[in-house]
Design a protein around this ligand. Sequence first.
Ligand code: MG
Length: 392
Amino acid sequence: MVMPLPNWCGKHWMPASMSKLANYAVTGANTRGRTYSEPAPAGRSEFQRDRDRIIHSAAFRRLEYKTQVFVNHEGDLFRTRLTHSIEVAQIARSIARRLRLNEDLAEAVALAHDVGHTPFGHAGQDALNACMKEFGGFEHNLQSLRVVDQLEEKYADFDGLNLTFETREGILKHCSMENAAQLGALGERFLNNRRPSLEAQITNLADEIAYNNHDVDDGLRSGLITLDQLTEVPLVAEHLSEVRGAYPALNERRVVHETIRRMINTLVSDLIVCSEQNIAGQQLDSLDDVRAAPNLIGFSAEIDEAQRKLKTFLRINLYRHYRVMRMSAKAQRIVRDLFTAFMDDPRLLPPQFQRTAEQDRARAVADYIAGMTDRYAIREHRRIFAVEETLA
Ligand code: MG
C-alpha cells in the first residue's frame, strides 16, 4: 500500500506530530534490537535512549575539540566536529519529521556519525590510515562503530553503548566488502545489496548539506575564500544576488548568513520533495520494502549538479588552500610520529592501551590516537618528543 503523500492540508503543512509515522519508518516495534538484550526503556523510546547514551559518551564530548576543517585553536567561531554533528542532527530531524520518519533515530545517527574521527580532520585520518596500511587500515566510519560497540567503557553489563541495530547501521554509511564480511548482521546489507533505513539515508545527506554550507561560512570567516570568488558557484550566486537585491545596504556578515540559510532551505526542500516522489513511486508497506528498494532519499538532478559544483569549488579553493595544507602537513607529521613512537615502544602507551596492545599492538595504537582531540595530540607529541620540556 502506498502511504498518502505528501502530507499537505490545503496550502498548509500539517506538523508530523498530528500524523502517525509512516509504516516503513523504523520504530520500537520493528527494530532488530540490541546486541545485549535490556528491558525496554521507561518514558522514552529505544532511539531516544540511543541518543542519550551517545550524548553521555566520552567520545561525543571529545568532538568539541576535534577539527572539522579548521584546527580547533585557529578560532573560536569555526565549526568543530561537535557543532557539525549538532547541525547534522537539526537538518536530519527536520527532514525525518516532514517525511513521517523516526526523528529520534535520525538524531541518534547524526550525533554519533563522527565519533570515530581522528584529530585534525581528514589529514589525521589519511595519516593514520597510511600508518595502518599493513594492519587492516583505518577508516573513520568503522571506527565510529568501534567506539559505540567496544571502546566506550562505562556500563556494567557490556562494552560499548549497546545501541540498537538501526542506529549502528546508520553510523556505518559505507564499508568495503572485505570489512562487511567481518561485521555479521551489520555487514549483510553491503554483501546483499540492500539499503539502510530511510532515517539513515536522510542523515547521510543531512551530513552533506551541513558541511557544504558551513564550510562556505567558515571559509568566508577565515578569509581563505571570498564572496566574490563564490559568485562562480551557481548555487551561491543565485541566493547571493537574491539577498543583495532585496537588501542592498545589508552588511556582509548578514549577507553571508542570509545567503547560507537560503541555500540550506533550498537543499532541504529539494530533498524532501524528491524523496517524497521517490517514496510515492514505490509500493512501500514496511521497513523490509525500504531495504529492498533503491536509495529513496535524494536530491533532484539539478541540485545534485549544483552541489557537485560547490564541492569542487571548496576542494580547490578551501580544502587545498596553502594555509590549510600547511596545517594538514603538520597534523600528518604529528600522527605519524605518535604512531611510530607507540609501535616502537608500547610501554609509552597509557596502561589501558598497553593491555589491548598485547593482543593487537597496531589497533591499540590506532584506537588511542583516533580518540585524541587536536590539542591532546599536540600535547602528547610534545610530551614524547620535546627534550627541553622533559628536562625542565
Ligand atoms: Mg560528518
